[in-house]
Design a binder for this molecule. Structure first.
Ligand SMILES: Nc1ncnc2c1ncn2[C@@H]1O[C@H](COP(=O)(O)OP(=O)(O)OP(=O)(O)O)[C@@H](O)[C@H]1O
Length: 670
């Protein structure tokens, strides 16, 4: 049993332990205090150091001309390239790439991207490697450079032994003879010998810059994704000290981020010029249903507004290019087809004849594309829809590269939607992109420019259109109509055809027939029967875009058939209180408006007096941007008035409306 003495002794021990613990706690508290104060002093210091680092590493002002190479850059601009001043973002890109920074330059077609690497190539030691997607493009660039007295070479299957030898020497010895070497991405992926040569060139310090033309082709999110571009991801890994300069005319934010990622250039500086091309007049016309009427329309346009002026007519297929060209030739317009099935020799022949104005019109598939550098193309007509807004912007952008007014006209044909959709079906974002293109053609709510801008997530002030599109110029106007009844009738027609069995399903064309009261599944809706074909087509397109209807693809060994079927939103139409609104068009005769809008005298280019060059040095560190070519040009254009003689195509809907009390309005008009 425990005695009292035992208990007293244990109590003394506990007191002792508690005293010890108290001392230890005091020591720990002191230590905690010391650590806390050290922590905050380290944090303070780190912050100071970070600020200092940020200050000392802040970006240079790229548009200034006080870099070590600035005077040489300006001298080369004037003496070698015979140009007076830089265009927007050219000097920024040149300075950044000469500072060994990775850069992506997004500049509108014809904006002057080539100068941004050709000029630095002359200033840098060694060679500039230019990766370009097309052999014809490379050859054009090499020829163009020779005119400026610059030695360049293209390394491809057509290169001579002498060229291959000179390139090898330039890469190994950096002897300054050849400054630019053009290759395709395949050359980099497939030729081990060329890769070894590049390694050697890099090790000798002769690989001064890598330029990747059409850099958006690296991204799967873009329209022009090319698997060969993926191999370019090795370039930064293999040659980390060589700056990369990526060039493109079109790249959405998503594509740019993806491109940086693929090329391993996360810190690349992105320069972007506004994509707006103020001198281009954008127009959309409904495509006449017969070839003869369409040719007559094009012919009138060319004879009235573009006599002897060069132009391009983009067609969907090789057959279309041949037919359109033949018909125009019969009326005395000098034209020729251009498509992928021509031999290289014929392609060159047609291209050259057109460049030299021996041919007025090229009727081409999109095979006629990249690298067309004819400045005075006065019109680009799309005989059928492009597969995306991005493609349309690029293709139509081949007009008016000289800055003078030019027309971009798109013929919107109902059946072209289904021709295109069957083609782009297998592309990852093909159908979505086509949908946006259809929306561009059908949207009558505002300026065409704004629609293109929103596609590229840019904002162009609506005023900047300056009445250079059919909507702003008042050629095409929208009137909102109630289309609930015909919409329901169309959906009912599709549903009842499907109920009759597989063989009765309706294509877009057959649906138009049924709407007019023809065929096995003909409608009995008077409102629908009384609509013109054009309006019914418009209604179907509208229902497709709002997902009341959708396309359903059927594959046969010979072709892909697009059937129309009820869409995910179709059930909404069953609601009795729903009312659908759709904009319908009113179109005026437009040739007179074109003539006035596109007259060169309406665009008078005047230089601001006393500013013959745009060189800006900075005596102090006050931000003052370089004036660019575009800043110095005042564009004067007289506003054209409404044409009183313009005829109006009423083609209004005569609808027997069944609007219920307090309808829910689904305003589909936007
Ligand atoms: N600073 C400048 N001053 C005058 N002309 C220029 C200037 N920069 C470029 N150009 C001219 O502009 C035209 C278009 O240039 P370039 O071919 O480089 O355009 P791009 O941006 O590559 O177009 P694309 O994307 O269509 O190939 C060329 O004729 C070129 O000589």
């Amino acid at each position: 049993m425990t005695t009292v003495a035992d208990l007293q002794s244990e109590l003394e021990q506990i007191d002792q332990s508690l005293d010890d613990l108290k001392k230890q706690l005091l020591t720990i508290a002191e230590l905690q205090q010391k650590l806390k104060s050290r922590k905050s002093s380290i944090e303070r210091e780190l912050k100071q150091r970070q600020n200092f680092f940020l200050e000392s590493t802040s970006e240079p002002v790229w548009q200034f001309e006080d870099f070590p190479w600035s005077s040489e850059v300006r001298m080369k601009l004037i003496e070698v390239f015979k140009m007076k001043r830089f265009r927007p973002k050219q000097i920024e890109t040149i300075n950044a790439t000469l500072s060994n920074r990775d850069v992506i330059l997004i500049m509108s077609t014809g904006g002057g991207k080539s100068l941004c690497y050709q000029l630095p190539a002359l200033i840098s030691k060694g060679i500039t490697l230019v990766v370009s997607p097309l052999i014809s493009l490379m050859n054009d660039q090499v020829l163009g450079l020779k005119k400026f007295g610059i030695q360049a070479a293209a390394m491809n299957s057509e290169s001579s032994k002498e060229t291959i030898y000179s390139v090898k020497r330039a890469m190994e010895e950096g002897n300054g003879t050849i400054k630019l070497v053009y290759v395709t991405p395949e050359k980099i992926s497939k030729s081990k010998r060329f890769k070894a040569q590049l390694e050697k060139c890099y090790k000798c310090g002769n690989l001064s810059r890598i330029v990747i033309d059409e850099v958006h082709c690296a991204s799967q999110w873009g329209n022009d994704f090319r698997p060969d571009y993926k191999i370019l991801s090795i370039l930064k890994r293999q040659f980390p000290n060589t700056p990369i300069l990526g060039l493109t005319a079109t790249s959405t934010e998503k594509v740019t981020v993806d491109t940086k990622d693929i090329l391993n250039i996360p810190f690349a500086i992105v320069f972007r010029t506004p994509l707006n091309r103020p001198n281009l007049f954008y127009d959309v016309r409904i495509k006449p249903s017969s070839h003869k009427d369409l040719i007559e329309d094009i012919l009138n346009l060319i004879l009235n507004c573009f006599e002897k002026k060069p132009g391009i007519i983009y067609c969907f297929s090789r057959k279309d290019t041949e037919e359109v060209s033949k018909s125009l030739s019969e009326y005395g317009i000098k034209s020729a087809p251009y498509h992928a099935y021509l031999t290289t020799e014929s392609k060159t022949q047609v291209h050259n004849a057109w460049i030299e104005n021996k041919l007025q019109v090229i009727c081409a598939t999109v095979a006629f594309g990249m690298g067309i550098d004819k400045p005075d193309v006065r019109f680009v007509i799309h005989h059928s829809l492009s597969k995306s807004v991005e493609n349309y912007y690029q293709e139509s952008g081949r007009a008016g590269r000289d800055g003078l007014p030019a027309l971009c006209l798109l013929y919107f044909g109902f059946t072209d939607i289904f021709r295109q959709s069957s083609m782009v079906l297998t592309e990852r974002t093909g159908l979505d992109n086509l949908q946006r293109m259809v929306e561009y053609s059908q949207d009558l709510s505002g300026c065409r420019r704004n629609l293109i801008a929103s596609y590229f997530q840019e904002t162009w002030e609506s005023l900047s259109c300056n009445e250079m599109c059919d909507v702003c110029a008042g050629i095409t106007t929208a009137k909102i109509r109630d289309v609930t009844v015909p919409c329901r009738a169309l959906l009912h027609t599709v549903q009842s055809a499907e109920a009759k069995g597989e063989g009765n399903r309706l294509t877009g064309l057959k649906l138009v027939d049924c709407a007019a009261g023809r065929g096995k599944s003909k409608t009995d809706c008077e409102a629908l029967k009384n609509m013109g074909t054009e309006q019914v087509q418009r209604l179907i397109v509208h229902m497709l875009s709002k997902e009341y209807l959708r396309e359903d693809f059927h594959f046969t060994p010979y072709r892909t058939i697009s059937y129309i079927t009820p869409g995910p939103q179709s059930e909404l139409l069953a609601e009795t209180t729903v009312q659908l609104l759709m904009p319908t068009t009113r179109i005026k005769q437009n040739d007179d408006i074109y003539k006035r809008a596109l007259s060169p005298s309406k665009f008078i280019e005047t230089e601001t007096p006393g500013t013959s060059t745009n060189s800006f040095k900075r005596p102090t560190r006050v931000a003052r941007p370089v004036k660019t070519e575009h800043d110095e040009i005042i564009i004067k254009r007289r506003k054209f008035s409404e044409d009183p003689a313009a005829s109006v195509d009423e083609n209004n809907l005569d609808l027997s409306l069944e609007i219920k009390e307090e309808p829910i309005l689904i305003d589909d008009s936007d």
